[in-house]
Ligand binder design. Structure first.
Ligand code: HEC
Length: 229
């Protein structure tokens, strides 16, 4: 019984080495999954996609949803207005807003007439230059927008969409005139994603141990097999 694993034939070592290598690979994969790295969402370039909602949304984040649903077709995905570039994002048969049967305002057109020029509503001055405060903007929107049915949104929606336009245009009020919208209280420790890898990390020793045990067993079996023959 003076035979040590060191005297195993080379191919046996190869098998054992391979065994460990596969083990480590699996471990690495496991860690990536645990850390939430594996299911990475592919970056979307779909400009018509629903805006994502952050974990603890602010009024402007709710406003982004309101904007997406009620304002984007006319004012563009980034508030640029109804530019030719924006119209070309749409499917081909939706690009001419003023075609007969669309929003041309002619007899037989199904939609309400839409003006040829629709201004930008997010951006540096002169964008939103007609408004001194966000409250003015709020009142304007509530009185006039959306043009096809003014006042149809809730006050909260008007507030939130106002917050979005105001904030994304880099505007601030002399004094806060917008009453804060009740938002869900932010969690005391909003780090659910960070705590996730902790548990799998503690599994490490177990997995390493299992691989080691399996490796040693393999060696033992190989040795016994040789000493029997
Ligand atoms: C049907 C197309 C349409 C929709 C939908 C629409 N708007 Fe407008 N919007 C217009 C037009 C046209 C004007 C220009 C009106 C005018 O000059 O009197 C305008 C003007 C504005 C202005 C004033 C810009 C300025 O500088 O005077 C703001 C702000 C605005 N819209 C925001 C919104 C928001 C927010 C929504 C969604 C709740 C929205 N719009 C939905 C067509 C639209």
């Amino acid at each position: 019984m003076d035979q040590t694993p060191l005297h195993l034939p080379r191919h046996r070592w190869l098998v054992i080495g391979l065994f460990f290598a596969v083990g480590w690979l699996c471990l690495g994969f496991d860690r990536n999954v645990a850390a939430g790295q594996a299911p990475q969402p592919t970056p979307t370039i779909d400009r018509l996609a629903t805006p994502a909602m952050p974990l603890s949304p602010q009024p402007a984040d709710y406003g982004r949803q309101v904007y997406y649903l009620n304002c984007m077709p006319c004012h563009g995905d980034v508030g640029q207005g109804l530019t030719d570039e924006w119209r070309n994002v749409w499917e081909e048969d939706h690009r001419n807003c003023w075609a007969s049967g669309c929003h041309g305002g002619r007899a037989g057109d199904e939609g309400f007439p839409v003006p040829r020029t629709i201004p930008a509503v997010i951006g540096a001055p002169p964008v939103l230059g007609n408004f001194q405060t966000s409250e003015e903007l709020f009142e304007y929107l509530k009185q006039t927008h959306p043009p096809q049915r003014p006042g149809v949104l809730s006050d909260t929606d008007y507030h939130n969409v106002t917050a979005l336009l105001w904030q994304d245009s880099g505007r601030t009020d002399p004094e806060p005139t917008l009453s804060p919208t009740p938002t869900p209280a932010p969690a005391a420790h909003p780090a659910p994603t960070e705590s996730a890898p902790a548990a799998p990390a503690s599994l490490w020793p177990l997995v390493v141990g299992l691989i080691l045990i399996a490796g040693i067993t393999l060696v033992a079996i190989t040795r016994r097999g040789r000493s029997v023959t």
